[in-house]
Ligand binder design. Structure first.
Ligand code: SAM
Length: 276
């Protein structure tokens, strides 16, 4: 998959692309990320890409022409002819639809994603009309620019691509994992008697992940839950599932109606006070 990022601050992405999973994905050619300086598409000697808003008011607005030329320079199909299942152009905007794990999964099925980073008061509205398949917000707050948002979209999407994470299960079975995955049914509370060592699959199905612990077993009086150190695989599965249910109920009860829950899961949640 290839990402194209259009920005007035290309250096912003240097650090993000040169660490951890993203760096490895790029150096292993699993992901391509090209950063394009919007100012290269300006036409005056000051490389101007912004202008005052029509109608008056505070601040500056990113101009349409440089963004149009920047997108066109990528050789991507025009909006009318574009196959949105293969390539998309998206504007980062506080006014956009919400970026979620489901959107990241959809993006991970594309061959190419072009992300336009706004600045100042935003971008000329015709950018969206003329060039974009959608506007995307990373949350209900206002950032100073689209670069941080674009970095989040690239990171969350790239880690879902085949081969990017060493262990495929680590993206499939974590918080916000796919709710209708049949494999998840095996992980519900009533499967506690299953044999074999527990893997990392017990918190997904639309729930938040269960808590993780590593050595030392005790630090300043805080001990690791005993069940995790005793080698009873069925008990570990049950404990992990319960903690995932509990954490989702406590922190994100809005996720429960969409989660894949067994009858035993439901009974457990009702015991916590859930009315679902
Ligand atoms: N006037 C705009 C508004 O009230 O919606 C805010 C503009 S903001 C200061 C500048 C740029 O930051 C936007 O054009 C957008 O690209 C980016 N941005 C700000 N908040 C964002 C968010 N929550 N998600 C994605 N991009 C955001």
């Amino acid at each position: 998959m290839r990402f194209d990022l259009i920005t007035i601050f290309p250096e912003f992405f240097t650090s993000i692309l040169s660490h951890g999973v993203l760096r490895r994905a790029i150096s292993g050619s699993l992901v391509g990320v090209e950063v394009h300086d919007l100012r290269n598409f300006a036409h005056d000697r000051h490389r101007t890409v912004d202008d005052r808003p029509f109608g008056g008011g505070e601040g500056m607005v990113l101009k349409l022409e440089p963004l149009a030329e920047a997108v066109e320079s990528l050789g991507i199909a025009g909006k009318a002819e574009r196959n949105e299942g293969r390539e998309q152009v998206v504007l980062l905007s506080a006014q956009g639809g919400r970026f979620t794990q489901a959107v990241a999964r959809e993006f991970a099925g594309l061959e190419r994603l072009v992300l336009l980073c706004g600045r100042y008061e935003g971008v000329d509205e015709r950018v969206s009309e003329l060039l974009c398949d959608g506007e995307l917000s990373i949350g209900d707050y206002v950032l100073s620019g689209g670069e941080l948002a674009a970095a989040i979209v690239v990171d969350a999407t790239a880690r879902l691509l085949p081969g990017v994470l060493g262990n495929e299960a680590s993206s499939e079975y974590e918080s916000f994992g796919v709710a209708d995955d049949p494999a998840v049914a095996k992980t519900s509370l009533d499967s506690g008697a299953q044999g074999g060592p527990p893997s990392s699959v017990h918190g997904s199905g639309g729930l938040l992940d269960y808590p993780h612990y590593t050595r030392p077993p005790e630090f300043r009086g805080l001990a690791v839950p005993e069940v995790l150190t005793q080698g009873d695989h069925a008990a570990i599965r049950r404990w992990r599932r319960e903690r995932a249910l509990e954490k989702t109920w406590r922190n994100r009860p809005d996720l429960l109606p969409g989660a894949q829950l067994s009858e035993v899961d439901r009974r457990f949640l009702k015991g916590l006070g859930w009315r679902g």
